[in-house]
Design a protein around this ligand. Structure first.
Ligand code: S3P
Length: 443
């Protein structure tokens, strides 16, 4: 399907070294949006370098926000104050970024102008009714094509609502809370499961009152935000690929510094421990309510692991990486993850086709997958009772999906021969320097 540049991954015995991962993508989007709504100039360091967060910055510039990127890597954003974004002359392009489109929709809903949000082919296939419905209940109107982008948003004065979400989604929660900040009265989101809470923490850091109790979050309307100086921690979801590589290849040791350790993001740590890896986590500080620290992972043995439906919301972006745990003779089975079908690609279909292409057994379920598993191959024996074959090597197509490209690359390290990853350039969405770092860690 993809004809874009491919990467060749040679087999590696292990991965070793110390690494810093790029700034967290989810947190960067939120700091940029909050800074745009704040009064005064905010300064953000270690902002995520990938294309997704560039899409948010480009849209904010079109909405009249002055953004300066300094040689030091710091960025300043001059906020216009709550409800004061400028009417854009052209459509706003969210590119490949669901977070950009859904969170911006929440802001635009409250502005008294008409705006149009567009995205690339992948984003235009992703479900938008989940944000359109609550935002329209708050008082705006949004036109879409059968629930998909492009979105035309007719902003209007909003009123608070109680939104009971039927899918766990931090993007939907965030869109409604950002709209709620501009609304009359208070706005409450009740989630079916805990999702990442970066919006709640960011709004509090910018001075807004936000209350969270269990899975219920409330913001009062008509609050002002105050400009801040912030630094973004490393992205745990990017670190996940090195953590999995170290866990899957016995004899590995990877140390990741200054990485975000927000507990709504770190469920992978427990998964790797269950798999048989040694994982040590140390919190070294916290800024703007976001803890950060160091993670050390040492590969020890490979085991079978099952991910249950209740675990999925806390692991949603890590599931492609987790599948790569099977590459050296483990087995990974996931249920309750139908949401993977509406990510940057249908991640269940992409993953199963890709792993088969790399020479390891993989099967689709409607809501998950199984990778690896018993075979009569001659690969190393796992710690479990059955004999499992490691991956042979081959070719996998990431279908333009950054997390799939990285998951396939990590899996391919365990191959018996070199592998080709098609669509490898999609790593630019969240981790532009991924392959350079990989080269260093396998050397
Ligand atoms: C994100 C939320 C998740 C996640 C995505 C980033 C966010 O999406 O998969 O990569 O920054 O809020 P959903 O809200 O669709 O689950």
């Amino acid at each position: 399907m993809s004809t874009v540049p491919a990467a060749t991954i040679a087999p590696a015995r292990h991965v070793r070294g110390r690494v810093r991962v790029p700034g967290d993508k989810s947190i960067s989007h939120r700091y940029a949006l909050a800074a745009a709504l704040a009064d005064g100039q905010s300064r953000v360091t270690n902002f995520a370098p990938g294309a997704d967060c560039r899409s948010t910055l480009a849209c904010l510039r079109q909405l009249g926000i002055e953004i300066d990127e300094h040689a030091s890597g710091a960025m300043t954003l001059l906020g216009r104050g709550m409800g004061r974004l400028g009417s854009p002359a052209e459509p706003l392009d969210a590119g490949n970024s669901g977070t950009t489109m859904r969170l911006l929709a929440g802001l635009l809903a409250a502005h008294g102008f008409v705006s149009r949000l567009v995205g690339d082919a992948s984003l235009s296939r992703r479900p938008m009714r989940r944000v359109i419905a609550p935002l329209e209940r708050m008082g705006c109107r949004i036109e879409a094509t059968e629930g998909h982008a492009p979105l035309t948003i007719y902003g209007a004065p909003l009123h608070g609502i109680i939104h009971r979400a039927d899918v766990p989604s931090a993007q939907v929660k965030s869109a409604v809370l950002l709209a709620g900040l501009h609304a009359d009265g208070s706005t409450t989101v009740v989630e079916p499961a805990q999702t990442r809470d970066h919006t709640e923490r960011a709004l509090a850091a910018f001075g807004a009152g936000v209350t969270a109790e269990g899975m219920t979050v409330t913001v009062a309307g008509k609050q002002a935000l105050a400009a801040q100086r912030l630094s973004v921690p490393g992205d745990f979801s990017s670190a996940a690929f090195w953590m999995v590589a170290a866990a899957a290849l016995p004899g590995s040791r990877i140390e990741i510094e200054e990485v975000g350790l927000n507990p709504t993001r770190t469920a992978l740590v427990g998964v790797l421990q269950r798999f048989g890896a040694r994982v040590h986590v140390e919190i070294t500080g916290s800024e703007a309510g976001e803890p950060r620290g160091t993670i050390v992972v040492e590969g020890d043995r490979t085991d079978a692991i099952e991910i249950s439906p209740e675990e999925v919301p806390g692991l949603i972006d890590e599931l492609p990486a987790i599948a790569a745990l099977a590459s050296h003779g483990g087995e990974v089975s996931v249920r309750g993850a139908a949401e993977l079908r509406v990510k940057e690609s249908d991640r269940i279909a992409t993953l199963v086709a890709g792993f088969r292409g790399l020479g390891i057994s993989a099967d689709e379920r409607p809501d998950g997958f199984v990778v690896g598993g018993p075979s009569t191959g001659t690969g190393p024996r796992s710690a479990g009772s059955s004999r499992r074959a490691p991956l042979s090597g081959g070719a996998a197509d990431a279908c333009g999906d950054h997390r799939m490209a990285m998951a396939f690359a990590i899996a391919a390290l365990a191959g018996r021969s070199p592998s080709r990853i098609l669509g490898a350039d999609s790593v630019a969405i969240s981790y532009p320097s991924f392959f350079e770092t990989l080269d260093r860690l396998v050397a």
